[in-house]
Ligand binder design. Structure first.
Ligand SMILES: NC(=O)c1ccc[n+]([C@@H]2O[C@H](COP(=O)([O-])OP(=O)(O)OC[C@H]3O[C@@H](n4cnc5c(N)ncnc54)[C@H](O)[C@@H]3O)[C@@H](O)[C@H]2O)c1
Length: 322
C-alpha cells in the first residue's frame, strides 16, 4: 500500500531530476556539503515542478493596500510618530494626526501635503476618553471610518534605578503609555468590529521585555504588549488585527522633535553614551524613526493580513522576543 501511494504522488509530479537527488543521501548520514559539485542542482526544477511549487496567487510586488485608508496616528507631531505619519501618507493613506502639540502637528500636515499626500490634524489629549470619543466622531464624519489606529503616544522620564524614581512617576508612566492605548482602542474598536475590518499597531518599547533603569516605563510598555495580544485574541474573529512594534533607542533629529516631546525633559545622550549603547546592539547601529515607521506600516498593511498578536523589536537585534 505504501509503495502504491508513493508511486501515485510521483505520477502527479513528474520530476526527472528527483531520481538524481535521492533523499537517502541525507538519511545515510552524509552531509549536503559532501555532495560532489558535479551533481545536478536540486533547485533546478523543470517548469512543471515550478508551477507546482509556486503559489499561483503570489504577486511579484508586495501590495500594502493602504491607498485611501483612513489612518489615525497618536503623537504624530514628533520623532517616531511623525515618521509614521509621513510613511503612511507616502503609501497613499489619508492620515489624521492626534496630538497636543498644535504647531508641530500643523508642520507635519504641511510637510505631507507639500509632498502630495493627504493629512489633517486634531488637537486632543488622548488620555481623556470623553475628548477622544468626540474627536473620533468628528473624524468619522469628516474623513471617513477608521481603518488603522496607531497608538504611538508615550512618555519616559530620565532613566534611573527603581529606588531613585519618584513614585509620582508611576502614575504618569501609566497615564501616558497605557491609558491612551485603552482610550483610543475603546473609541475605534466598535466601528471596526461592525465593519469587520481594522488594524491596530501599538508602539511599546524594548524596555517592555525587562531592562535596567526603566522599571516603571518598561512595566507599562509590557502592559501595552499584553493588552494588544488580548485584543488580537478577542477580536481576531471580526478581522481585527492588533500588533506591537518595540523600538530600540530612537534619538530624534532636531527638526522632527516637537515642543511636546518627552525628549525636552533633560533626556539626552553624549557621544560616548551613544557609543556604549551601540556596542550593545548586535548590528552596532541604533534604529531611526523611519525604521520604526517601516515596521508599523507593514503591520498595518494588507501584506500583514495574517499577522496578529505579534511583537516586533525594531532595534538592530537588541531584543530578540520569542
Ligand atoms: N524615542 C525612543 O527612543 C523610543 C524608544 C522606545 C519606545 N518609544 C516609544 O515610541 C513612542 C514615540 O516616542 P517619541 O520618541 O517619538 O516621543 P516624542 O515625545 O518625541 O513624541 C510624542 C508625541 O506625543 C504627543 N503627546 C504627548 N502626550 C500626549 C497626549 N496626552 N495626548 C496627545 N498627544 C500627546 C507629544 O506632543 C509628542 O508630539 C512612545 O510611545 C515611546 O514610548 C520611543
Amino acid at each position: 500500500m505504501r509503495w502504491a501511494f508513493t508511486a501515485s504522488v510521483m505520477a502527479c509530479r513528474p520530476c526527472a531530476k528527483a531520481a538524481a537527488w535521492p533523499i537517502s543521501r541525507y538519511l545515510s548520514g552524509s552531509s549536503p556539503q559532501a555532495v560532489p559539485a558535479s551533481d545536478p542542482d536540486p533547485l533546478q526544477h523543470d517548469q512543471a515542478d515550478l508551477a507546482f511549487l509556486l503559489n499561483p496567487g503570489a504577486k511579484a510586488k508586495m501590495d500594502l493596500q493602504l491607498a485611501d485608508k483612513t489612518v489615525l496616528v497618536t503623537g504624530a507631531a514628533s520623532n517616531i510618530g511623525r515618521a509614521i505619519a509621513l510613511k503612511f501618507a507616502a503609501e497613499g493613506a489619508n492620515v489624521v494626526i492626534l496630538d497636543l502639540d498644535r504647531a508641530q502637528s500643523e508642520k507635519t500636515v504641511q510637510d505631507i501635503q507639500d509632498a502630495g499626500g493627504r493629512a489633517t490634524c486634531a488637537v486632543v489629549d488622548v488620555t481623556d476618553a470623553e475628548a477622544v470619543a468626540i474627536t473620533i466622531a468628528d473624524i468619522v464624519n469628516s474623513v471617513g471610518p477608521v481603518d488603522v489606529l496607531v497608538n504611538n503616544v508615550g512618555w519616559s522620564g530620565k532613566m534611573g534605578y527603581f529606588l531613585d524614581i519618584d513614585p509620582a512617576r508611576w502614575d504618569k508612566a501609566y497615564r501616558l503609555n497605557l491609558l491612551p492605548v485603552f482610550t483610543m482602542t475603546r473609541a475605534v474598536l466598535p466601528a471596526m468590529v461592525a465593519r469587520r475590518q481594522g488594524a491596530i499597531v501599538s508602539v511599546a518599547s524594548d524596555t517592555g521585555f525587562g531592562m535596567t533603569h526603566t522599571s516603571e516605563y518598561g512595566a507599562v510598555k509590557a502592559g501595552v504588549m499584553n493588552f494588544s495580544r488580548s485584543i488580537a485574541i478577542e477580536y481576531g474573529r471580526y478581522n481585527i488585527r492588533s500588533n506591537v512594534v518595540c523600538p530600540g533607542l530612537v534619538i530624534p533629529q532636531a527638526g522632527d522633535m516637537g515642543a511636546g516631546s518627552f525628549w525636552n525633559n533633560g533626556i539626552g545622550y553624549s557621544e560616548k553614551e551613544i557609543g556604549v549603547l551601540e556596542a550593545q546592539v548586535p548590528m552596532r547601529v541604533l534604529p531611526s524613526a523611519n525604521d520604526i515607521a517601516d515596521a508599523t506600516v507593514f503591520f498595518a498593511s494588507g501584506a500583514a493580513r495574517i499577522l496578529t498578536g505579534q511583537v516586533l523589536s525594531v532595534s538592530g537585534g537588541y531584543q530578540m522576543p520569542r
